[in-house]
Design a binder for this molecule. Structure first.
Ligand SMILES: NC(=O)C1=CN([C@@H]2O[C@H](COP(=O)(O)OP(=O)(O)OC[C@H]3O[C@@H](n4cnc5c(N)ncnc54)[C@H](O)[C@@H]3O)[C@@H](O)[C@H]2O)C=CC1
Ligand SMILES: O=C(O)[C@@H]1CCC=N1
Length: 274
């Protein structure tokens, strides 16, 4: 049975440590993972990573023979080049936990050998502040212990949900994996709209940013549904109702637009899988 103590003893390997790998690593180190139990393979290490290496993290060093977990966090486009370098760790007791969008579990099984436990996870960047959400699903070799270990690791940086199966992964990627970008773009669009109504740019951006983060925090904490929170802002015949008439238009509103955006992301995930 594998647990977090085992992870400290046998080691955690990160293949690729860019934005997502760093967000996860930051969360784990914050939760007490020892620097000397982490091996990172990263051709372009950040200054942050180099600083960690100076304090005991193994950076671009020979890997342990049988680490407890390999976290795969390279771009799908780099996968075919990067993953075979870890071929020797496949088919043994090492769990491969991958966050790459689009790359199907079958690819890892083909590259690492059929006896390899693989868990595919889709996190998002709010993990950097402990407020991510990650969806996971494993191959048949990923045991309940493996899933529990992945859950323990990923819950260090936010919520974790288990999927029915890999068939849900492209939709999840399109919703929560890419979703933070849609929200950041909402901040940009809201600020630009404020500017168009005559506000100076810095003030418009301050108002937009605080509004989105404040509303997000309220949605996080309040027991009411999102619909009820929306209704609470909307005075009959008032300003919000006028805006929502535009945003909730069945043909030209945010609903159909968001559907198109999420479908484009899910389609791209399916394309990357080919
Ligand atoms: N950024 C995000 O919001 C999310 C990203 N993901 C997934 O996480 C993965 C990484 O994405 P990001 O961190 O955003 O990209 P990134 O480009 O910031 O990080 C990828 C890292 O892999 C490194 N790399 C390239 N070739 C390598 C090799 N041969 N061996 C080892 N490392 C190598 C790069 O130098 C880079 O630092 C992707 O597969 C993406 O689909 C998943 C969920 C959310
Ligand atoms: O844009 C991407 O492909 C990755 C997956 C989810 C978020 N970023």
């Amino acid at each position: 049975m594998m647990n977090l103590a085992d992870l400290g003893r046998r080691g955690l390997v990160l293949l690729g440590c860019g934005k997502m790998g760093s967000a996860l690593l930051e969360g784990w180190l914050g939760r007490g993972l020892a620097l000397n139990s982490v091996w990172v393979t990263e051709p372009f290490p950040s200054d942050w990573l180099k600083g960690l290496a100076a304090r005991g993290l193994h950076l671009n060093a020979p890997l342990p023979d049988a680490p407890a977990v390999v976290l795969v966090a390279v771009k799908p486009q780099m996968m075919a080049e990067a993953l075979p370098t870890l071929g020797a760790l496949g088919g043994g007791g090492t769990l491969f936990l991958t966050v790459a969008a689009g790359t199907p579990i079958a690819f890892y099984e083909r590259t690492l050998g059929p006896g390899t436990p693989v868990i595919r996870a889709m996190p998002n960047t709010p993990a950097a502040v402990g407020r991510g959400i990650t969806a996971i699903t494993g191959n048949p070799l990923a045991s309940e212990d493996h899933l529990a270990l992945a859950e323990a690791l990923l819950s260090a940086v936010g919520q974790v949900v288990r999927l029915e199966g890999e068939h849900q992964m492209d939709a999840v990627t399109a919703l929560s994996g890419s979703g933070p970008a849609y929200v950041f773009h909402l901040i940009e669009a809201l600020a630009a709209a404020g500017e168009a109504e005559g506000l100076p740019a810095p003030l418009a951006m301050q108002l937009a940013r605080a509004t989105v983060t404040g509303a997000g925090e309220l949605a996080h904490r309040a027991p009411e549904t999102a619909a009820q929170l929306r209704i609470n802002v909307t005075s009959p015949g008032g300003t919000t109702a006028a805006a929502l008439a535009v945003l909730m238009d069945a043909d030209t509103g945010l609903g159909p637009l968001m559907q198109r955006a999420v479908k484009a992301a899910a389609d791209r995930g399916r394309e990357l899988a080919r």
